[in-house]
Structure formats: structure tokens, C-alpha cells
Design a protein around this ligand. Structure first.
Ligand code: XIL
Length: 418
């Protein structure tokens, strides 16, 4: 124990950080998180350093390591090597974890997908899988995605082995089995394209109602947020879609956010549009009391599923391939900063003193709304509050800060009162 260092840390004022998770927590969210790519964490030190910085990412999700094909590739044989990469990284850095995913048609081993099942045999396979995997990660996850992508793009039920065996009864069955496997974790439905508030969103609303009407437990809905630059809905339309779910008594979160350019390379104006789109998504979460956090599906364009899946598209994340912050990073930081208040007494900056190796359990209460800091006027014009934006290309707001803060340039697009 380095007592001098520890004492200095205790005596120092709360760390001033413009980093995403710190700002998100100060803005009233539980976390700003990222997916972790299992194959990259041990081979790329720059990647590991940013990903493991709790001030930037307060929560991690395994990109693939907890999926059925990773955890039970062969019936009854469980392996946690891949999933534990994220769990161990989160533990080491004092970060939280979202867990992903249980009942999903994709990355489902063929022994499940192509098996010939009765209701009893498939129920037993699902229970065994959940008891083992959720049991293994018990106490380490803030939430589990229990059912993933049950709705097809046109709003019909997506065909899969679970639907063909149980009809839509598999939805409440999945949530009931998950509750039995881990009674303390938040249980989520997770899907993409809910953001557009169309037929798919309608069906997901119905899904929540079906599960609730069956008396099964459901705590949250994850908006994956795989969006397209220039076609992302407005902040208020996004908030409207989120509120359709919070009105049913469940919390919501963005769980896999990325906003891809549909053609590459992106022009500088497309990079600015991407920033605005990201700001609208994160801003919509800030606008909805039951929206508890934002997770990006990776943070660097060096490692993203987009080019592998959507040919010719990509650069969908906040950092470029060389780990430089993009305009989108600045926009997200800015929208969080605009809502951030001074750190509460138990701010995230105190967590560095938590015991080594202890998992961070994100509290499970619904977040409270905070009043955004407003600028105050003085004889010399409006003064920006701490954390607020005070300059940058295109900025038309206040350029002076309230005492004792000063306006510090972060980059060409963003200066902040620190
Ligand atoms: C993706 C991963 O990012 C890829 O590495 C993998 O090859 C396929 O799956 N919706 C989800 C995620 O719920 O699990 C998917 O992740 C992206 C779409």
C-alpha cells in the first residue's frame, strides 16, 4: 500500500474529468459503457488502456463471450473463458458489467437451433443454460439481456426454434426462467430499430405487455441503437419512443449504440452529422427519466462489427482507428456536460478507493432527473457553469465561465468550463 499516494488522493479535490462516464454519472445516468471485443483486449495495449479507464467507460459488455455458442457450444458443456475476459477486466478496473445474451435466434449452436424439441425438452435445455450461465455471473451483472431480437424488421414475430416450439409463450417463459436463475439482476428485452417508432416498436411494446400480463418479471428494454448517419431520428422522436416503454413501468437504456456512415470515407461534414446524431441519441436518454445509461458497441473504428456485416459501411464509433477522438466524441461529451452537475457526495471519483477486485454493482434504482445547469447572466453576458461548453466551431453560446472555472479548449469543436 503506498500510503503517501493514498493520502494525496484523499486530500486532492474531486478529479476534474471531461470523460464520458464521469460526465454521464454527473448528468444523472448510471453509466456510459462500451462493448469489449474479446480478441483485442490482450493484443492491443492502446485499446486496453482506453477501455479500462473507468472515467471513460463505467460499464462493459462482452461483445460475444456470453452468447450461447460461446458458453454452451456442446450440450451440457459450459465454458466461460471468453465471457470471463470481460468480467475480469471489469473487476480489475472497478467497472460494472451488462450481460448479453440468453434467448436469441443468432449465434445459437446448431444443436439447439436444429434440434427437434418438445416443450418439455426445450424448456429443460433453456433452464439448464440459464441456471449455469446466469449462475456463473451472479452478482457481477447489472442487467441481463434475457430475450434478444424477438421481433422481425417488419414487426412480425421473428421465426426461431423458441417461437416454433412455444409460440409467444417462450417470452414469459424466458423471463421466468431467468428470474429463477438470478433473482437479483435486472431482466431486459433487447432489440434494434425500436428507435424509429414504427411497426417493430409497436410489437416490442406488445411484447412487454404480453410478458407483464403473464405475470413474468421484466425490468427493462434495451434500444440497441444501430443507426445510420443522417437517418437517425431527432432527439424528441427518440425520447417519444423511449417513453412508450417507460410508460409501461420498465426502464430503458441504449445498449449497442453505433452510428455508421453508409459510404466511406466520411467527409468532414458527415463526421459533424454523425456527431449531431450521437448527441441526439445520448440527449434523448438524458431527457427520459427512466433511461438509465448508454453503451456503445465498441469505441474505436479499429474494432467494429459494422464493416464485417454491412459491406462498404462503417466508421460508426467515437474514436477513429488510431484512437483519436472524433467529432462524435466531442458531441457526446458536450451533451453530457451540458446536463452534468457538480459531483454528488458519493461520486464515481471516490470509487478508485474501492477494494481491488471487487465488482462494481451499479445501483438498481431508477435514476432521478437532475435540473440541467443553466447559464447565468452577468454584466458581461451569460456565464457558462462548470462542465458546460464554452467554445468550439459553430458554438454560439456563452464563451466565459462562472468563477472559478476557466474555458479550456479540448479541440476545435469543443471547449469546456473546467
Ligand atoms: C455482433 C458482434 O458485434 C459481432 O462480433 C458478431 O460477429 C455478431 O454479433 N445485435 C446484438 C449483438 O445483439 O450481439 C450483435 O453483435 C450485433 C447486433
Amino acid at each position: 500500500m503506498h500510503s503517501k499516494t493514498a493520502l494525496a488522493a484523499l486530500l486532492a479535490p474531486a478529479a476534474v474529468s471531461g470523460q464520458l462516464n464521469d460526465l454521464a454519472v454527473r448528468a444523472g445516468l448510471k453509466y456510459f459503457g462500451t462493448a469489449l471485443r474479446e480478441g483485442s483486449i490482450n493484443s492491443d495495449a492502446s485499446y486496453a488502456a482506453i477501455l479500462g479507464n473507468k472515467a471513460e467507460f463505467g460499464q462493459l459488455v462482452p461483445e460475444n463471450g456470453q452468447k450461447w455458442e460461446s458458453t454452451e457450444p456442446t450440450r451440457g458443456q459450459f465454458t466461460y473463458t471468453q465471457g470471463d475476459i470481460t468480467a475480469n477486466t471489469a473487476k480489475k478496473n472497478g467497472q460494472g458489467m451488462r450481460c448479453h445474451t440468453q434467448v436469441w435466434y443468432s449465434q445459437l449452436p446448431s444443436w439447439v437451433r436444429d434440434g427437434s424439441w418438445t416443450k418439455d425438452t426445450l424448456r429443460s435445455v433453456m433452464a439448464t443454460h440459464m441456471n449455469n450461465v446466469m449462475g456463473h455471473y451472479k452478482g457481477q451483472c447489472y442487467a441481463w439481456d434475457v430475450v434478444n431480437e424477438a421481433v422481425a424488421d417488419d414487426g412480425t414475430w421473428r421465426p426461431n426454434v423458441f417461437l416454433s416450439t412455444f409460440s409467444t409463450d417462450y417470452l414469459s417463459l424466458s423471463f421466468n426462467l431467468a428470474k429463477a436463475a438470478d433473482p437479483d439482476v435486472k431482466l431486459y428485452y433487447n432489440d434494434y430499430n425500436l428507435e424509429y417508432n414504427g411497426a417493430k416498436t409497436d410489437r416490442a411494446v406488445e411484447l412487454v405487455k404480453i410478458v407483464q400480463a403473464a405475470g413474468a418479471p421484466i425490468d427493462g428494454v434495451g434500444f440497441q441503437g444501430h443507426l445510420i448517419v443522417g437517418s437517425t431520428p431527432s432527439r424528441s422522436n427518440l425520447a417519444t419512443a423511449l417513453r412508450r416503454f417507460t410508460a409501461l413501468g420498465v426502464e430503458v437504456a441504449y445498449t449497442e449504440l453505433d452510428i455508421r456512415h453508409s459510404s466511406l470515407p466520411a467527409s468532414s461534414s458527415a463526421l459533424v452529422t454523425q456527431g449531431n446524431d450521437f448527441a441526439n441519441v445520448v440527449g434523448s436518454c438524458l431527457d427520459v427519466a427512466g433511461c438509465i445509461g448508454v453503451t456503445v458497441w465498441g469505441f474505436t473504428d479499429k474494432y467494429s462489427w459494422i464493416p464485417e456485416t454491412f459491406s462498404g459501411q462503417g466508421d460508426a464509433l467515437l474514436y477513429d482507428k488510431n484512437f483519436g477522438k472524433k467529432p462524435a466524441w466531442t458531441s457526446v461529451s458536450s451533451v453530457l456536460a451540458a446536463k452534468a452537475t457538480n459531483p454528488p457526495a458519493s461520486s464515481s471519483s471516490s470509487s478508485s478507493s474501492s477494494s481491488a477486485g471487487a465488482p462494481t454493482t451499479l445501483t438498481t434504482s431508477t435514476r432521478t432527473t437532475t435540473t440541467p445547469p443553466s447559464t447565468t447572466s452577468s454584466a458581461g453576458g451569460a456565464l457558462q457553469t462548470q462542465w458546460g461548453q464554452c467554445g468550439g466551431n459553430g458554438w454560439t453560446g456563452p464563451t466565459q465561465c462562472q468563477s472559478p472555472f476557466t474555458c479550456k479548449k479540448q479541440n476545435d469543436w469543443y471547449s469546456q468550463c473546467l
